[in-house]
Design a binder for this molecule. Structure first.
Ligand SMILES: Cc1ncc(COP(=O)(O)O)c(C=O)c1O
Length: 479
């Protein structure tokens, strides 16, 4: 008998798309629904025909002089940049490259401790010295909210020799810092300003949204249009302003972090996403925002959950909020975010972006519909309030003590130890609850009992932590 050929991943994808899921997760095109019809048809029809390599006439990403260069020029024009670069390895590569371009080995960079792991990887790669700023933590929401401007000012004064500041705008939760306040202080001290705007490629297209880095004299900012716009997963772009960053050094880092066969499909999707935003960007963003606003109102009126809104402004280091995403706080009603996310997925065919212990997150773009929102609200109404309010699991309020710089620890010999034996040891491989990808423990930091407790609580509640396998953690080898 002929053996059935197995394609486990393909089969999963067929099953997922076949059941018509309601998509509140990335990518922002939501299964292509949000793309203009003509563009969608062209892209679907040409997937294989456009899967190309650098043949003559198609330009070369590593040394662009033709079509790729022109597409990047149009992108820079749209975002008010002096120079823009297509990326095929996500904002992850852009974040690492801009840190690489701004920092020498041992150079100090100021960054909030709740930055994405890409920033940590950039610090490791460059051998820079991170100065972590402690974000405020909201006890009800159970998440880090932001670093107040006053704390930024203090850190800038205490570290006048720092070479760069690294800012996230917005965070995964949609919280934005006071960009212009931080920028003016950092620039006055001659520091480079680098912005991780992975979640903010849409900000520049609506006055009702927080400011985008492009409105200010930042040196570089990175965006993932696959998150809130309509390009394909893994595509991203990086913008530069002025001559603050050494462009050749940036290019070298980008090349180092990129395949020698960059995908033309991804680059074409970036070119198309730029064109969509140029022609109907306002419509795309306003539609997502409008849907999110209606959903927020209904969730707060008709369910037992709380959907965070503009009232978060001014609290816990939050300067502004991106209202085109929904952060639904469920623990006061007695649920974990992990549980609600699972029930929505398994019983209602509704896919959230992600969940943490206390919240579930939904991303809305021009690719969503009113029907999606109606289904979500209907499903959330089915969760009755439970008697026992759950206490959020938060990262410890104090930052972990550091024994080594991240780069030193990362390149040290390592061993695996069980979590029970981990307190007192120096971390080699980060421990990162994922999503959102914010490290609990970074290389070089000392594990304490309270970190082990947080990890255990997250795992017990159904969450996932990168860096933990079979109850073990990787630490720097003793002796
Ligand atoms: C704040 C932040 N920065 C950077 C990234 C990396 O983006 P990408 O997935 O495009 O590599 C993420 C990913 O979720 C993120 O949340």
């Amino acid at each position: 008998m002929k053996k059935k050929v197995s394609m486990p991943l393909v089969e999963k994808l067929i099953a997922y798309s076949g059941k018509g899921p309601v998509r509140f997760h990335m990518p922002g095109h939501k299964g292509g629904k949000g793309l203009p019809q003509r563009l969608r048809v062209i892209m679907e029809k040409n997937l294989f025909r456009w899967d190309m390599t650098e043949i003559p006439g198609l330009d070369n990403w590593h040394d662009p002089q033709g079509a790729i260069e022109e597409a990047q020029r149009l992108l820079a024009e749209l975002y008010g940049a002096d120079r823009s670069f297509f990326l095929v390895n996500g904002s992850t590569s852009g974040v690492m490259a801009m840190l690489g371009a701004a920092l020498e080995k041992g150079g100090e960079v100021l960054l909030p401790r709740n930055s994405h792991k890409a920033a940590l990887m950039g610090v490791i790669l460059t051998g820079a010295k991170p100065v972590y700023l402690k974000p405020q933590v909201d006890g009800e929401l159970g998440v880090a909210t932001g670093v107040p401007l006053s704390e930024w000012r203090k850190a800038l004064e205490q570290h006048p020799d720092a070479k760069a500041v690294f800012i996230t705008n917005p965070t995964y939760q949609g919280f934005c810092p006071n960009l212009s306040g931080i920028l003016s202080k950092a620039k006055a001290r001659g520091m480079k300003v680098l912005v991780d705007e992975a979640h903010g490629a849409h900000l520049a297209f609506s006055k009702r949204l927080p400011s985008s880095a492009g409105e200010f004299e930042v040196d570089a900012w990175v965006q993932s249009p696959h998150k809130m716009l309509c390009s394909l997963t893994q595509s991203a772009w990086l913008h530069l302003k002025g001559r603050g960053l050494d462009r050749e050094r940036l290019r070298s880092y980008l090349s180092l972090l990129t395949s020698t066969s960059p995908s033309y499909i991804l680059m074409a999707s970036l070119d198309a996403a730029r064109a969509v935003m140029e022609t109907r960007g306002r419509w795309w963003v306003e539609k997502g925002l409008e849907l999110a606003e209606r959903a927020r109102k209904l969730i707060n009126q008709k369910t037992h959950f709380y959907c965070v809104g503009r009232e978060a402004r001014g609290r816990g280091g939050v300067y502004d909020v991106d209202l085109s995403r929904l952060m639904v706080n469920v623990s006061p009603a007695g649920y974990t975010g992990f549980f609600v996310e699972k029930v929505l997925r398994e019983r209602f065919n509704i896919y959230a972006e992600y969940a943490d212990f206390s919240n579930v997150y939904f991303l809305l773009t021009g690719g969503n519909t009113w029907d999606d929102v109606a289904k979500l609200v209907r499903a959330l109404k089915r969760f009755p309030a439970r008697k026992k309010k759950l206490k959020p699991v938060c990262f410890p309020a104090d930052l972990p003590a550091r024994a080594l710089d991240p780069g030193e620890a990362f390149f040290s010999p390592a061993e695996r130890v069980h979590l029970d034996a981990a307190p007192g040891r120096i971390i080699r491989d980060s421990v990162i609850p994922y999503p959102p990808g914010v490290p609990l423990l970074c290389p070089g930091e000392i594990v304490e009992k309270q970190h082990v407790e947080v990890i255990r609580e997250i795992l017990r509640a159904g969450g996932y932590c990168q860096g933990i396998k079979n109850g073990c953690i990787t630490v720097v080898k003793n002796g």
